[in-house]
Design a protein around this ligand. Sequence first.
Ligand SMILES: [Zn+2]
Length: 290
Amino acid sequence: MNYFLYIILFVLGLAVGSFINVISLRYQSGRRLLDKKVIDGRSHCPICFKTLIWYELIPIFSFFLQRGKCRSCGHKISLQYPLVEILSGLIFVLVPIKILTITQLPNYQLLIILIWLLVFVFLLLLSIIDLRHSIIPNQINLTLGILGLILLIIKSAGQWSIVNGQQSFLGHYAVIFGLRENIWINYSVAALLGMAIFGVIILLSRGKAMGLGDFKLVAALGLIFGWPDILMVIFLAFIIGALVSIVFLIRKKKKMKDAIPFGPFLAIGAALTFFFGYQVIGGYFKLFGL
Ligand SMILES: [Zn+2]
Protein backbone atom coordinates (compact mmCIF):
# COMPACT_ATOMS: atom_id res chain seq x y z
CA MET A 1 0.00 0.00 0.00
CA ASN A 2 1.25 3.48 -0.71
CA TYR A 3 1.27 6.63 1.41
CA PHE A 4 -1.67 8.20 -0.41
CA LEU A 5 -3.89 5.28 0.57
CA TYR A 6 -2.78 5.59 4.21
CA ILE A 7 -3.65 9.31 4.23
CA ILE A 8 -7.13 8.50 2.90
CA LEU A 9 -7.51 5.79 5.56
CA PHE A 10 -6.41 8.21 8.29
CA VAL A 11 -8.92 10.86 7.20
CA LEU A 12 -11.64 8.19 7.01
CA GLY A 13 -10.65 7.16 10.55
CA LEU A 14 -10.95 10.79 11.74
CA ALA A 15 -14.49 10.97 10.35
CA VAL A 16 -15.43 7.68 12.02
CA GLY A 17 -13.92 8.97 15.29
CA SER A 18 -16.07 12.08 15.00
CA PHE A 19 -19.12 9.82 14.64
CA ILE A 20 -18.01 7.77 17.68
CA ASN A 21 -17.94 11.02 19.68
CA VAL A 22 -21.49 11.88 18.58
CA ILE A 23 -22.85 8.42 19.46
CA SER A 24 -21.13 8.33 22.86
CA LEU A 25 -22.35 11.84 23.68
CA ARG A 26 -25.97 11.18 22.76
CA TYR A 27 -26.12 7.62 24.08
CA GLN A 28 -28.59 6.95 26.85
CA SER A 29 -28.90 3.59 28.55
CA GLY A 30 -31.92 1.62 27.41
CA ARG A 31 -31.92 3.37 24.08
CA ARG A 32 -30.75 1.68 20.93
CA LEU A 33 -27.23 2.60 19.90
CA LEU A 34 -28.25 4.03 16.55
CA ASP A 35 -31.61 5.36 17.69
CA LYS A 36 -33.10 8.04 15.42
CA LYS A 37 -32.65 10.57 18.20
CA VAL A 38 -28.97 9.65 18.36
CA ILE A 39 -28.17 10.12 14.67
CA ASP A 40 -30.67 12.79 13.68
CA GLY A 41 -30.24 16.45 14.31
CA ARG A 42 -27.31 18.80 13.93
CA SER A 43 -24.49 18.73 16.43
CA HIS A 44 -24.55 21.50 19.00
CA CYS A 45 -22.58 22.79 21.97
CA PRO A 46 -23.64 20.76 25.05
CA ILE A 47 -23.67 23.93 27.20
CA CYS A 48 -25.20 26.78 25.17
CA PHE A 49 -26.88 24.50 22.56
CA LYS A 50 -25.65 26.68 19.70
CA THR A 51 -25.72 24.64 16.51
CA LEU A 52 -22.26 23.99 15.12
CA ILE A 53 -21.52 25.38 11.68
CA TRP A 54 -19.76 23.41 8.97
CA TYR A 55 -16.14 24.12 9.85
CA GLU A 56 -16.78 23.33 13.51
CA LEU A 57 -17.66 19.81 12.40
CA ILE A 58 -14.29 19.08 10.79
CA PRO A 59 -12.39 16.60 12.99
CA ILE A 60 -9.34 17.89 14.90
CA PHE A 61 -8.95 21.08 12.84
CA SER A 62 -12.08 22.60 14.35
CA PHE A 63 -10.71 21.94 17.85
CA PHE A 64 -7.47 23.79 17.16
CA LEU A 65 -9.18 26.48 15.09
CA GLN A 66 -11.40 27.32 18.06
CA ARG A 67 -8.53 26.82 20.52
CA GLY A 68 -10.55 24.20 22.36
CA LYS A 69 -13.44 26.51 23.19
CA CYS A 70 -17.05 26.91 22.06
CA ARG A 71 -17.26 29.83 19.62
CA SER A 72 -20.31 31.40 21.25
CA CYS A 73 -20.17 30.65 24.99
CA GLY A 74 -16.44 30.05 25.45
CA HIS A 75 -17.09 26.73 27.21
CA LYS A 76 -14.05 24.45 27.06
CA ILE A 77 -14.48 21.61 24.57
CA SER A 78 -13.53 18.25 26.07
CA LEU A 79 -10.18 16.82 24.96
CA GLN A 80 -12.15 13.61 24.38
CA TYR A 81 -13.16 14.84 20.92
CA PRO A 82 -9.77 15.32 19.27
CA LEU A 83 -8.29 12.34 21.17
CA VAL A 84 -10.96 9.89 19.99
CA GLU A 85 -10.66 11.25 16.45
CA ILE A 86 -6.88 10.77 16.39
CA LEU A 87 -7.14 7.29 17.96
CA SER A 88 -9.69 6.28 15.33
CA GLY A 89 -7.46 7.69 12.58
CA LEU A 90 -4.51 5.66 13.90
CA ILE A 91 -6.68 2.51 14.05
CA PHE A 92 -7.52 2.90 10.36
CA VAL A 93 -3.83 3.13 9.45
CA LEU A 94 -2.18 0.71 11.89
CA VAL A 95 -4.67 -2.19 11.81
CA PRO A 96 -4.27 -2.82 8.04
CA ILE A 97 -0.47 -2.51 8.37
CA LYS A 98 -0.46 -5.09 11.18
CA ILE A 99 -2.69 -7.58 9.33
CA LEU A 100 -0.56 -7.21 6.19
CA THR A 101 2.64 -8.00 8.13
CA ILE A 102 1.32 -11.25 9.58
CA THR A 103 3.34 -13.96 7.88
CA GLN A 104 1.80 -16.81 5.94
CA LEU A 105 -0.72 -14.56 4.26
CA PRO A 106 -4.19 -15.97 4.75
CA ASN A 107 -6.98 -15.88 2.20
CA TYR A 108 -9.71 -13.25 2.35
CA GLN A 109 -7.21 -10.61 3.50
CA LEU A 110 -9.30 -7.53 2.74
CA LEU A 111 -12.30 -8.99 4.54
CA ILE A 112 -10.14 -9.77 7.56
CA ILE A 113 -8.77 -6.21 7.62
CA LEU A 114 -12.32 -4.84 7.45
CA ILE A 115 -13.48 -7.04 10.35
CA TRP A 116 -10.53 -6.09 12.55
CA LEU A 117 -11.16 -2.40 11.76
CA LEU A 118 -14.75 -2.85 12.94
CA VAL A 119 -13.56 -4.70 16.06
CA PHE A 120 -11.34 -1.80 17.09
CA VAL A 121 -13.91 0.86 16.17
CA PHE A 122 -16.43 -0.87 18.45
CA LEU A 123 -13.84 -1.32 21.21
CA LEU A 124 -13.13 2.42 21.06
CA LEU A 125 -16.84 3.24 21.10
CA LEU A 126 -17.59 0.96 24.06
CA SER A 127 -14.61 2.38 25.97
CA ILE A 128 -15.93 5.93 25.63
CA ILE A 129 -19.50 4.89 26.52
CA ASP A 130 -18.25 2.83 29.50
CA LEU A 131 -16.17 5.80 30.73
CA ARG A 132 -19.08 8.24 30.36
CA HIS A 133 -22.01 6.05 31.42
CA SER A 134 -20.43 3.06 33.25
CA ILE A 135 -22.21 0.64 30.95
CA ILE A 136 -21.29 -1.52 27.98
CA PRO A 137 -24.30 -1.66 25.62
CA ASN A 138 -25.48 -5.19 24.77
CA GLN A 139 -25.65 -4.20 21.12
CA ILE A 140 -21.88 -3.61 21.03
CA ASN A 141 -21.01 -6.88 22.80
CA LEU A 142 -23.34 -8.77 20.48
CA THR A 143 -21.79 -7.10 17.42
CA LEU A 144 -18.29 -7.99 18.62
CA GLY A 145 -19.36 -11.61 19.22
CA ILE A 146 -20.78 -11.83 15.71
CA LEU A 147 -17.58 -10.30 14.25
CA GLY A 148 -15.62 -13.01 16.12
CA LEU A 149 -17.85 -15.71 14.63
CA ILE A 150 -17.44 -14.28 11.12
CA LEU A 151 -13.65 -14.28 11.59
CA LEU A 152 -13.85 -17.91 12.71
CA ILE A 153 -15.92 -18.91 9.68
CA ILE A 154 -13.42 -17.14 7.39
CA LYS A 155 -10.51 -18.92 9.05
CA SER A 156 -12.29 -22.26 8.73
CA ALA A 157 -13.22 -21.65 5.10
CA GLY A 158 -9.71 -20.43 4.31
CA GLN A 159 -8.37 -23.58 5.97
CA TRP A 160 -6.08 -21.60 8.21
CA SER A 161 -3.76 -23.82 10.09
CA ILE A 162 -3.42 -22.90 13.75
CA VAL A 163 -0.98 -25.75 14.43
CA ASN A 164 2.23 -23.70 14.32
CA GLY A 165 0.77 -20.67 16.08
CA GLN A 166 1.14 -18.41 13.08
CA GLN A 167 -2.43 -17.17 13.37
CA SER A 168 -1.88 -16.23 17.00
CA PHE A 169 -0.60 -12.79 17.94
CA LEU A 170 1.81 -14.62 20.26
CA GLY A 171 3.40 -16.33 17.24
CA HIS A 172 5.24 -19.59 17.89
CA TYR A 173 4.91 -19.09 21.66
CA ALA A 174 1.23 -20.03 21.25
CA VAL A 175 2.24 -23.65 20.58
CA ILE A 176 3.41 -24.03 24.21
CA PHE A 177 -0.17 -23.46 25.39
CA GLY A 178 -1.58 -26.31 23.29
CA LEU A 179 -5.14 -26.68 22.01
CA ARG A 180 -4.04 -26.29 18.41
CA GLU A 181 -5.76 -29.25 16.74
CA ASN A 182 -9.15 -27.70 16.07
CA ILE A 183 -9.80 -24.01 15.49
CA TRP A 184 -13.43 -24.20 16.73
CA ILE A 185 -12.45 -25.93 19.98
CA ASN A 186 -9.61 -23.45 20.46
CA TYR A 187 -11.83 -20.35 20.15
CA SER A 188 -14.73 -21.86 22.14
CA VAL A 189 -12.37 -22.67 25.00
CA ALA A 190 -11.06 -19.09 24.87
CA ALA A 191 -14.58 -17.66 25.20
CA LEU A 192 -15.59 -20.10 27.97
CA LEU A 193 -12.36 -19.49 29.89
CA GLY A 194 -12.88 -15.73 29.80
CA MET A 195 -16.45 -16.17 31.02
CA ALA A 196 -15.28 -18.53 33.79
CA ILE A 197 -12.62 -16.09 35.08
CA PHE A 198 -14.96 -13.10 35.01
CA GLY A 199 -17.87 -15.14 36.36
CA VAL A 200 -15.86 -16.09 39.44
CA ILE A 201 -14.76 -12.47 39.99
CA ILE A 202 -18.35 -11.21 39.64
CA LEU A 203 -19.64 -13.84 42.08
CA LEU A 204 -16.86 -13.26 44.64
CA SER A 205 -17.20 -9.46 44.49
CA ARG A 206 -21.00 -9.66 44.25
CA GLY A 207 -20.90 -7.64 41.04
CA LYS A 208 -18.91 -4.80 42.56
CA ALA A 209 -15.59 -5.39 40.81
CA MET A 210 -17.17 -5.73 37.40
CA GLY A 211 -20.52 -6.17 35.76
CA LEU A 212 -22.32 -8.38 33.28
CA GLY A 213 -21.22 -6.05 30.47
CA ASP A 214 -17.58 -7.01 31.12
CA PHE A 215 -18.60 -10.68 31.28
CA LYS A 216 -20.22 -10.53 27.84
CA LEU A 217 -17.34 -8.49 26.43
CA VAL A 218 -14.70 -11.02 27.50
CA ALA A 219 -16.75 -13.82 25.89
CA ALA A 220 -16.83 -11.87 22.61
CA LEU A 221 -13.09 -11.18 22.87
CA GLY A 222 -12.51 -14.92 23.39
CA LEU A 223 -14.20 -15.63 20.07
CA ILE A 224 -12.17 -12.89 18.40
CA PHE A 225 -8.74 -13.70 19.87
CA GLY A 226 -8.80 -17.44 20.60
CA TRP A 227 -6.54 -19.35 22.96
CA PRO A 228 -4.00 -18.41 24.37
CA ASP A 229 -4.28 -14.81 23.12
CA ILE A 230 -7.36 -14.19 25.29
CA LEU A 231 -5.22 -14.97 28.36
CA MET A 232 -2.89 -12.11 27.47
CA VAL A 233 -5.81 -9.75 26.79
CA ILE A 234 -7.20 -10.45 30.29
CA PHE A 235 -3.76 -10.42 31.93
CA LEU A 236 -2.80 -7.03 30.43
CA ALA A 237 -6.26 -5.60 31.22
CA PHE A 238 -5.84 -6.51 34.90
CA ILE A 239 -2.28 -5.15 35.12
CA ILE A 240 -3.14 -1.83 33.48
CA GLY A 241 -6.41 -1.62 35.41
CA ALA A 242 -4.53 -2.16 38.69
CA LEU A 243 -1.88 0.44 37.83
CA VAL A 244 -4.48 3.06 36.89
CA SER A 245 -6.53 2.31 40.04
CA ILE A 246 -3.45 2.77 42.22
CA VAL A 247 -2.70 6.12 40.56
CA PHE A 248 -6.34 7.20 41.11
CA LEU A 249 -6.23 6.09 44.77
CA ILE A 250 -2.94 7.90 45.43
CA ARG A 251 -4.21 11.08 43.79
CA LYS A 252 -7.47 10.59 45.71
CA LYS A 253 -9.52 10.94 42.55
CA LYS A 254 -11.40 7.76 43.44
CA LYS A 255 -12.15 5.95 46.67
CA MET A 256 -11.67 2.22 47.25
CA LYS A 257 -15.39 1.56 46.83
CA ASP A 258 -15.73 3.51 43.58
CA ALA A 259 -16.12 1.30 40.56
CA ILE A 260 -13.73 2.02 37.72
CA PRO A 261 -15.15 0.96 34.33
CA PHE A 262 -13.29 -2.16 33.18
CA GLY A 263 -14.31 -2.08 29.50
CA PRO A 264 -11.57 0.38 28.49
CA PHE A 265 -8.91 -1.83 30.10
CA LEU A 266 -10.10 -4.88 28.15
CA ALA A 267 -9.98 -2.74 25.00
CA ILE A 268 -6.39 -1.66 25.80
CA GLY A 269 -5.45 -5.29 26.58
CA ALA A 270 -6.92 -6.32 23.23
CA ALA A 271 -5.03 -3.58 21.36
CA LEU A 272 -1.70 -4.39 23.06
CA THR A 273 -2.14 -8.13 22.36
CA PHE A 274 -3.04 -7.43 18.72
CA PHE A 275 -0.09 -5.12 18.08
CA PHE A 276 2.60 -6.33 20.52
CA GLY A 277 1.51 -9.80 21.74
CA TYR A 278 4.61 -11.48 20.36
CA GLN A 279 6.99 -8.90 21.88
CA VAL A 280 5.19 -8.98 25.26
CA ILE A 281 5.40 -12.76 25.67
CA GLY A 282 8.94 -12.82 24.26
CA GLY A 283 10.00 -10.23 26.86
CA TYR A 284 8.17 -12.13 29.59
CA PHE A 285 10.00 -15.38 28.82
CA LYS A 286 13.34 -13.58 28.62
CA LEU A 287 12.69 -11.94 31.99
CA PHE A 288 12.41 -15.36 33.61
CA GLY A 289 15.26 -16.82 31.59
CA LEU A 290 13.09 -19.34 29.77
ZN1 LIG B 1 -21.35 26.82 23.72
